[in-house]
Structure formats: structure tokens, C-alpha cells
Design a protein around this ligand. Structure first.
Ligand code: MSK
Length: 636
């Protein structure tokens, strides 16, 4: 059997031999050293929930079939899985809380570094939340919206659903979720409930545990929804912007600052401050001043809103340092490899942590607080300029790879483009083309990279196949990073890979929107927290067609997922009725009950279900088949 390639990213393939030569360990070395990975862990049958254990169930039936407390494989697998969902929901919703609290500060007249950039969006949100914004001062509206959002973290009445989940889904879906008892009333309480019910000696019915997980996943949806929408209010709603992606965006003659993580609260201010400190960088010898680049989802956030180039996605974050050209890597929360500081030791690069609850041994910590955001940003840029002075030019190897990428397709941007075709009824051209089959369906690509798959390969293979089959594609997170790096977010990609009818529709919309050609093949919808943008589009279509989400020719795919957040996202997608492909074998196969529930029974209960397929060609075929089945169901 031939060895699986690490990546198809040419910039990474350029740098890996250099890393090897220099004795620098990367994520792929650590993956190789970890093999064979624990079979019990792979199946999800290892229980470490109490100190009588660890217990593990023998999947072949020869050894123990129950843990010391009597928990069987089904209970253990279900508990492990829903704890992952709880962690994912905690990560997204903590991010959301941070944004909501900042909006509250703005509304109260504090946090001078921030302002309301999209007043109309704020008023629209207030309208949606039934806060009667008409005639109210914008700061008052900000306060009320922030408080209504924070209510979703504190409501104690279990019978009242979270505001954001209730107002952003179809009425039919809301009723279904309420009937099933999985509609969250309070994000924090639902996360706590998962931790409580999976404590030793509690919920031992695997299906009941999973239902708790669905509620946790919907709490994740709620948190990301408010996070995305309120970020737009504070930092602007993305509009199409042309930029570049891949490590070739680093510049030899600039102070390169890579911003990495998820939360735009600091990175936005760094971008503002860096513009004002260009001269200082030039004085330090950087002819081109300061060059900000993004990594992972902080990268997606600033790419969408400011056209800041994206350096790379999750799996190749170490590679940015191995170019020898990154002077500072500023990290906030989530998906930051602790290995970064070890790699940085081989260079002059400063790894700067910014959040009190997210530190890394060996990093420089510059604490970020909303009330002193500008001071923190200045300090960070100063550290980067000082580091630049120590850069060893002999170690600089910037791969000459970068691709054009058109980013910034928020739901509003898509509607704005469509409105050029039909100002009165912007969704009509999209729906007409779905109904007449020019667009067969819609696919949302989300999720991470994973060492268990060749980096970026699954995304690209599936997308090219779906494009041929006239499927409209949206992407978020590190999947969006993949498409940006590989040139699939360009008009040229539409010309090259889209089926004829899809190409015609993308061209008509693109030209009407003044793009002088088609829309890009894959529409960049933002970071992983921005998956709710795709739900906005889907709900608008469903409402217009008068059906629920589980009837739409809509699929999701996370072909290289790895994080707990991705597990939560995939699960809420299924809970909302969306067939969801994953390209990595999930750690649930030790339980037939759990596997069957998620891949089959969920279909009857929710309309959505998981499709597990590691082969990208076969995954694409399955997704196309699902889209056809959904079209048949709609009679189109
Ligand atoms: S950063 S969760 S690796 S998408 Fe959002 Fe990327 Fe996955 Fe992290």
C-alpha cells in the first residue's frame, strides 16, 4: 500500500524537506510517531470518566464488555461523543459571549476602541429579536441586542427557547426541536447539563445521552449564530473582496505579523494599529512596512472583512514559522498548536498569546482587554518590529505560492448580488435556478484539516466533482482556507470546473453584480463560527419554498474534520435536517447503537444524518445522490 501523502499544498511540500533538514519537528512527524494510534480510542470505547478506570471494552468480544461500573460500549461511546459536543459548544459560545459583552460595553459607552460599524444590521437584528428598535438611539439598540443575546446564557426557564435559535430557524424546525426536547434554553446550562448527565453513575441510556448531545450541538449553533451576527455589527458585514492566499503572501521586506485563532476582537484592532505604525517598521529596516497575514479562522475573519491575505490553514500553521519570515504570530483562542513555541525557538519569531485563559509555555503573553485594546495592539506590533530586527535573512524561505481568492460572501452579500437580477425578490433567481435544475443543490464545506487525511485533498476532490454536477458550493473555516489556497475561489475556477448550467448561473449573477465575469466556484462564507451564515441562506430558501430544511437539496461536508467544534457543528447540521458527510472515521464505531442512530435513525427523527466516507470520490457520489433524492422529494 502506498504511503498517504501529507499534503497537496505546494507551499507545504516546499517547506517540509527544509524542516526535515533543519531537524524541526512538524505535525506530520508527530503523527507518524503516534502510530499505531490506540484502537480503543479510535472506536471510542475507552472510558476515563472516573478513577476506577480507565476501562475499555474489548471490541472483539473476548475481554470485558462492561466497565467496572457496568457501563457498556454504547454508554461509553455516547458519553465520550457528547462531551466533545459540549466542549465544541463551550468554545464557540464563549467566543460569542465575548462579542456580546463587547457590544454591551459599546452600548454603555465604554470600550472606546470599538464602535458599531453596521447600524442597519444591528437594527435588523433588533427587529428579528422583537426589540422594537424604531426611533431608539443606536447605542440603546446595541445594549438591548447585547442583553437579549446574553439572556441566551442565563435564562433559567427551560420552556423558553434561546432567542437566537428560535428566530433564525424555520418555524417547523423550531416546533420539531421543541417537541423532541432538544431546543436549548440556556447555552451554559445545556453545556453544564451534558457534563452532569455524563458524570459517573448518571445517564446510561445511549440514545438519551445522544439527545442531550443534540441539545448541546444546538447550543453551539446558538452561540455561533450570535457571535457571527454581532461581529458583523461591530466590524462590518463582509462584502466580496479580492485578496491572496497561501504562504507566498509573506513578504521578505516587511515586518510580517501572522494573526491566528478565532476571535476578531483583537485582530481587528491590530490591523488598525499596524496601519499607523508602518513608519516605525520602515525605520527598523522593513522597506514594505507591516504585512499582516491570517491563519485559520482569525485569518478568515480579517480576510472577509478587510481583504487581509490568508497565509495558511490549520494543519500547516507551523509552516508559516518555518518560512523564517514571520516576526510575530499573535494567537487568541482555539486551534493553536502548542508546538508553535518549539518551532519558533529555531527562529526569531515571537509567539504572542493574548487571552488569559489561553497561554502557551514559551510564548510571550500580552494580555488583551477590551478597555485597553489599542495599547495591547501597539505593544504587540512593537514586539513584532523588535523581532524583525533579529530576523536571520539566511533562514528566510518564503515559498513562491499564492493564489487569488475572492472572499466575503456573507448571506447579505449573496442577497445583494442576487438583487441585481431581481431587486424586488432577490431570492427568486436562485430558487428558480434550483427548481429548473441549473443548480442541482447546495453544498456547505466546513471543518478542519486532519493528519489522517492528505491535507486539502478531500476538499478539492469532492468540490471538483460537485462542481461538475452543478452544485453551488459554500465554504467556511479551514475548508475555506483550502479553497482559497488552491485557487478555487476564483472566476477562473468557475470557468474550469463548473458544469455548464452552474457556470451560466454564476456568470449571470456575477455579471449583474458587476464582477465582470462569474462568481467564484466556491463562495467564502467566513470562519468556522460563520457556519450560521449558510443556515441563514438555507432558511431563507426554505421559507420561500414553504418547506422545512430537511426537504432542501442541501448537504454539508467536513471531509477533514478534527476538532470538538467540528463535531458540534456537524451534529447541529444533522439536527437541522442536513445530510452531513464526514471524511474521517468518527470515534464512535465501538457502539452499534450510536453509529446506527447518527447514520440512520437520525434520518427518520430529524431528516439529517451523518454520511461517513473516507474516499473523496465516493463521498462526492453519495452527496450527489442525496441531492438527487431531495430533489425527487420536492418533485423537481
Ligand atoms: S480553525 S475548528 S481547524 S475549521 Fe476554525 Fe480550522 Fe477546524 Fe479550527
Amino acid at each position: 500500500m502506498s504511503k498517504m501523502k501529507n499534503t497537496i499544498d505546494p507551499a507545504v511540500n516546499y517547506l517540509l524537506p527544509l524542516a526535515k533538514k533543519a531537524g524541526i519537528e512538524t505535525v506530520w512527524d508527530r503523527f507518524a510517531a503516534m502510530k499505531p494510534q490506540c484502537g480503543f480510542g479510535e472506536l471510542g470505547v475507552c472510558c476515563r470518566i472516573c478513577w476506577k478506570g480507565p476501562c475499555r471494552i474489548d471490541p472483539f468480544g473476548n475481554g470485558p464488555q462492561r466497565g467496572i461500573c457496568g457501563a457498556d460500549a454504547n454508554t461509553i461511546v455516547a458519553r465520550n461523543l457528547v462531551r466533545m459536543m459540549a466542549a465544541g459548544a463551550a468554545a464557540h459560545s464563549d467566543h460569542g459571549r465575548h462579542i456580546a459583552l463587547t457590544l454591551l460595553e459599546v452600548g454603555e459607552g465604554h470600550a472606546p476602541a470599538y464602535r458599531i460599524k453596521d447600524e442597519q444590521k444591528l437594527r435588523n437584528i433588533a427587529e428579528k429579536l422583537n426589540l422594537a428598535p424604531a426611533g431608539k438611539d443606536i447605542r440603546q439598540v446595541a445594549k438591548e441586542v447585547a442583553l437579549a443575546s446574553l439572556d441566551d446564557y442565563s435564562r433559567q426557564k427551560r420552556s423558553i427557547p434561546c432567542n437566537w435559535a428560535k428566530v433564525t430557524l424555520t418555524a417547523e424546525r423550531v416546533d420539531k426541536l421543541v417537541d423532541l426536547g432538544v431546543m436549548p434554553h440556556n447555552i451554559d446550562a445545556v453545556i453544564a447539563e451534558i457534563m452532569a448527565r455524563t458524570h459517573v453513575g448518571c445517564d446510561a441510556d445511549a440514545v438519551n445521552v445522544l439527545l442531550g448531545g443534540l441539545k448541546g450541538a444546538l447550543a453551539d449553533y446558538t452561540g455561533m449564530c450570535l457571535s457571527t451576527e454581532l461581529s458583523d455589527v461591530l466590524f462590518g458585514t463582509p462584502e466580496p473582496v479580492v485578496t491572496k492566499a497561501n504562504l507566498g503572501v509573506l513578504k521578505e521586506d516587511a515586518v510580517n505579523i501572522a494573526i491566528h485563532g478565532h476571535n476578531p476582537l483583537l485582530s481587528e484592532i491590530i490591523c488598525d494599529v499596524a496601519l499607523k505604525m508602518n513608519e516605525e517598521a520602515k525605520k527598523a529596516g522593513a522597506k514594505e512596512g507591516i504585512n499582516i497575514v491570517g491563519i485559520c479562522c482569525t485569518g478568515n475573519e480579517v480576510m472577509m472583512r478587510r481583504g487581509i491575505p490568508l497565509a495558511t490553514n490549520y494543519l500547516s500553521q507551523e509552516m508559516a514559522i518555518i518560512t523564517g519570515a514571520v516576526d510575530a504570530m499573535v494567537v487568541d483562542v482555539q486551534c493553536i498548536m502548542p508546538a508553535l513555541t518549539s518551532v519558533a525557538e529555531c527562529f526569531h519569531t515571537e509567539i504572542i498569546t493574548t487571552m488569559p485563559e489561553n497561554k502557551i509555555t514559551g510564548a510571550t503573553h500580552v494580555e488583551f482587554r477590551e478597555d485597553s485594546a489599542v495599547d495591547s495592539a501597539k505593544k504587540i506590533v512593537e514586539v513584532a518590529i523588535e523581532a524583525f530586527k533579529k530576523r536571520d535573512k539566511r533562514k528566510v524561505n518564503i515559498p513562491d505560492y499564492k493564489q487569488t481568492a475572492i472572499a466575503g460572501f456573507s448571506a447579505e452579500a449573496i442577497v445583494a448580488a442576487l438583487s441585481k437580477l431581481d431587486a424586488k425578490d432577490p431570492l427568486k433567481p436562485l430558487i428558480d435556478n434550483i427548481v429548473n435544475g441549473n443548480i442541482q443543490g447546495i453544498a456547505l464545506f466546513a471543518g478542519c484539516n486532519n493528519t489522517k487525511a492528505t491535507q486539502d485533498d478531500n476538499f478539492i476532490t469532492i468540490a471538483k466533482e460537485l462542481a461538475k454536477n452543478n452544485v453551488l458550493m459554500l465554504a467556511t473555516g479551514c475548508g475555506a482556507g483550502t479553497f482559497a489556497k488552491t485557487g478555487l475561489m476564483t472566476q477562473e475556477a468557475t470557468e474550469a470546473y463548473a458544469g455548464e448550467s452552474l457556470k451560466a448561473v454564476l456568470t449571470a449573477i456575477g455579471k449583474a453584480a458587476g464582477l465582470n465575469g462569474p462568481l467564484p466556484l466556491v463562495l467564502h462564507m467566513g470562519s468556522c463560527v460563520d457556519n450560521s451564515r449558510a443556515v441563514n441562506v438555507a432558511v431563507a430558501i426554505a421559507n420561500k419554498l414553504g418547506v422545512d430544511l430537511d426537504k432542501l437539496p442541501l448537504v454539508a461536508s467536513a471531509p477533514e474534520l478534527m476538532s470538538e467544534k467540528a463535531v458540534a457543528i456537524g451534529t447541529w447540521a444533522v439536527t437541522l435536517g442536513i445530510p452531513t458527510h464526514i471524511g474521517i472515521v468518527p470515534q464512535i464505531m465501538g457502539s452499534s447503537v450510536v453509529a446506527e442512530f447518527l447514520t440512520e435513525k437520525a434520518k427518520d427523527l430529524l431528516g439529517g444524518y451523518f454520511i461517513v466516507e473516507t474516499n473523496p470520490e465516493q463521498a462526492a457520489a453519495k452527496l450527489v445522490a442525496v441531492i438527487k433524492e431531495r430533489r425527487k422529494g420536492l418533485g423537481i
